[in-house]
Design a protein around this ligand. Structure first.
Ligand code: SAH
Length: 389
């Protein structure tokens, strides 16, 4: 285990890496204790012993977003200061790859030489608002998205040529137009300036298309480990019908599909839903059914229809699941529920309800997905304790 303490000059202002002044092993203990103390607060009689360190503890992020400002006659690029709209100039972010950091630096140089100004939200002057970089760690393919505050992009050909010259793996360049006064980075409209407008990457040997707006796991190497844990906990026999709730672009359901009879996936985001269908097609997976619906409404309906479901895998957002989802899930009486959580508070809240309804925690394990941040992911196996009927 890495025992040295990392140095970052802007960590206090940036606020993304709250635990960067600690040794990595110490951060893992803090995160595990946090989850266990939440369990205690919710009277959950189970303490997690295992926390899986990230395969890479620096340079682990495959996606980077920086904003631009004009400060003291200089262009700066960086992250937003916590809870503010101030950009903190970035030198070299330890959590992003060398090539991502290089693209940020070089983009500033290109802007200077082409006299392209950062966009000023208040005055509505200038052009360049954000830079979004996505990198496929297995394919090495890179996407560069330049977000502009207006549609007209003078010198875009020259800009593209120079961006492409930064690294041979830059496969596509996109102009995204965001004219609104908002903290949302991407606008609706896009123009592909170079290449196919998308890149691809692999997760657990499955190929996924990545567009500027599609969600993809940010620490893919650790996500693979987490998915393996889901598979291990579910321990399928081969004939199961399972639900993959909050399925995103279909990653977990597709990964489990060769071990079961049928996967029923539900996701409420339209774009993610359609991306999931395309991903399944591209990987020739036929036994996953995708539904574009609210997970609670969907599972309510299944429980009214008394569907036979063997295993429920659920991976809700930080806000957790809902009481109704949990009660309908319990009515379906799946033998196993695998709960993947990125929000320990809501996990503890939701587990309390499962435990009141005849489920018990059989196994649980934490995963450090966002090293040195306060975030922590948890995978919990619940099995049912119903009396034999
Ligand atoms: N399982 C996926 C994504 C998990 S992120 C993966 O491993 O990559 C949580 C997902 O839940 C997001 O895609 C979000 O759009 C979706 N979501 C949020 N609220 C939802 C709801 N009420 N019903 C269905 N899906 C929802």
């Amino acid at each position: 285990m890495n025992s040295k303490i990392l140095k970052c000059n802007i960590s206090k202002k940036c606020g993304s890496c709250q635990l960067i002044d600690k040794e990595y092993s110490e951060t893992l203990k803090i995160k595990l204790n946090h989850v266990n103390s939440l369990f205690k607060q919710h009277k959950i009689n189970y303490q997690i012993k295992e926390i899986n360190p990230s395969p890479n503890i620096t340079k682990y992020r495959n996606k980077m977003i920086v904003g631009f400002r004009f400060v003291n006659n200089e262009i700066i690029a960086g992250f937003y200061e916590e809870n503010s709209h101030k950009v903190i100039a970035l030198d070299n972010c330890l959590m992003h790859s060398d090539v991502q950091n290089k693209i940020v630096k070089e983009t500033i140089n290109i802007m200077k030489s082409l006299k392209l100004r950062p966009y000023d939200e208040d005055k509505k002057t200038g052009l360049i608002r954000y830079l979004l970089i996505k990198e496929g760690f297995k394919t090495n393919e890179i996407m560069v998205v330049i977000v502009t505050g207006q549609e007209v992009f003078p010198g875009s050909n020259e800009f593209c040529k120079r961006i492409r010259a930064i690294d041979k793996n830059i496969k596509t360049i996109i102009q995204n137009i965001n004219t609104r006064k908002t903290s949302v980075v991407l606008g609706e409209k896009e123009k592909i300036l170079y290449g196919p407008g998308q890149i691809s990457d692999y997760l657990c040997n499955l190929k996924f298309n990545i567009t500027s707006k599609s969600f993809f796991q940010v620490n893919p190497l650790q996500a693979e480990k987490l998915y393996q844990k889901v598979k291990e906990y579910a321990d399928f026999k081969g004939n199961e019908v399972i639900i993959d709730a909050y399925s995103g672009v279909g990653t977990i359901g597709m990964f489990l599909s060769d071990k079961v009879n049928k996967v029923i996936s539900v996701e409420n985001n339209k774009q993610a839903h359609f991306a999931a269908i395309t991903n399944a097609k591209n990987n020739k997976i036929k036994n996953v059914l995708f539904y574009n619906d609210d997970a609670t409404d969907f599972i309510n309906q299944l429980s009214r229809q008394r569907e036979k479901i063997d295993v429920v895998v659920m991976d809700p957002p930080r806000t957790g699941s809902t009481e109704q989802f949990i009660m309908s899930c319990v009515k379906l009486k799946p033998k196993k529920i695998v709960y993947v959580s990125c929000g320990p508070d809501t996990l503890a809240r939701d587990l309390e309800l499962f435990l009141k309804n005849n489920y018990i925690i059989t196994k649980a394990s934490c995963f450090d997905m966002f090293c040195f941040s306060e975030h922590i992911e948890t995978v919990v196996l619940l099995t049912n304790n119903f009396k034999k009927q």
